[in-house]
Design a protein around this ligand. Sequence first.
Ligand code: ATP
Ligand code: MG
Length: 398
Amino acid sequence: MLYHSFLIKYAEIGTKGRNRYVFEDALVHDIRMKLRKAEGEFSVTRERGRIYVNVKSERYDYDSVVDALRHVFGIIGICPMVQLAGTHDISVLSEQVVSYWRQVYGDRIVSFKVETRRADKGFPMQSGEIDAELGHQILSHFPNTSVDVHHPEIRLHVEIRQFINLYSEILPGAGGMPLGTNGKAMLLLSGGIDSPVAGYLIGKRGALIEATYFHAPPYTSERAKQKVIDLAKQVSKYTGPIALHVVNFTDIQIAIYDKCPHEELTILMRRYMMRIAERIARDRGCIGLITGESIGQVASQTMQSLVCTNEVCTLPVYRPVIAFDKQEIIDLSQRIGTYETSIEPYEDCCTIFVARHPVTKPIPEKMRKSEQNLLPEISEMVDKAVESAELIWCDPFR
Ligand code: ATP
Ligand code: MG
């Protein structure tokens, strides 16, 4: 393999002032964690506002490194790089640049531009002169190339430092902020398409994620629960291990079904989910809730319905897909790899106890009144649901 190191590009945002170290430390830490999964041995180094991944072993798997780095929030670009011994000799440098070009592009018809950065001022030419000379060498060795200084297809970066770095490919990274640079939030994770995407998006802002899943055995199967574990594992490839709290919701659902108006079932159920998730969230040090709700997608997600589900909790509720169309959410879920699991056909507790004509404009006072029907047992049922929640660690490495 030609490349033996990778230059990591990250956004300037959040890297100013004292925050810079917090941001970079978190990024380096996460890169190391993610690389544990890649084949080979690596070191991650930081040098004057740059992060490098260097390959230490004889052999390594390029694709698995790129895949690992693509799951790191905070990286905007991954540049596979050739690092050469330092030199002050332009003819040595030219030879190496020509050899790099041959290996990467061969005889491709392509326009290019050389961009040199001379950090080592001992090199006896100005960067503009180096650009011109290396450009000339490429043109004369590869007749299919042409120079385009404004919109080149390829920018060949030549960095003259203690070593010489050559790179010309920038693979897109996941973007966002490094993990752990923000607070922790509790994701209400169902087996659907939307909530895994919602968890991914909040994780992308640097938040740590835990998850709560409500299941209703025997109405929902073990397989439905496994599907949610699989989804949590997929999201955890980005966010790191996720503590998944599995709550038995059967008794509460049956109580609502038996004692409350059927057209209000979904909203009432969603209110209890929010309350329970918030209790677990507070116990676990989470300072926000996350749902996959999107305005108007179903009856329980009209703005009036959201008023009703929102009023039962005091933590902020993050709804990152609130303004997305379904297709946009699907596109994102395909990109992050959760879609195929989300569409497996196992019943979710929301789809089992459904009313034929659910309210679309629920009134909070009415909801509160309906909930009176559940007294006094409901508070004990909620306590029991919280206390008996099962904790499952969803680790991307297992
Ligand atoms: P999703 O695709 O995320 O399941 P949905 O379009 O099916 O969403 P609803 O079933 O109305 O929408 O649920 C809205 C949100 O409530 C979900 O995005 C999720 O955050 C939460 N939620 C719903 N059902 C459950 C569940 N069984 N366990 C945990 N959270 C749930
Ligand atoms: Mg759902």
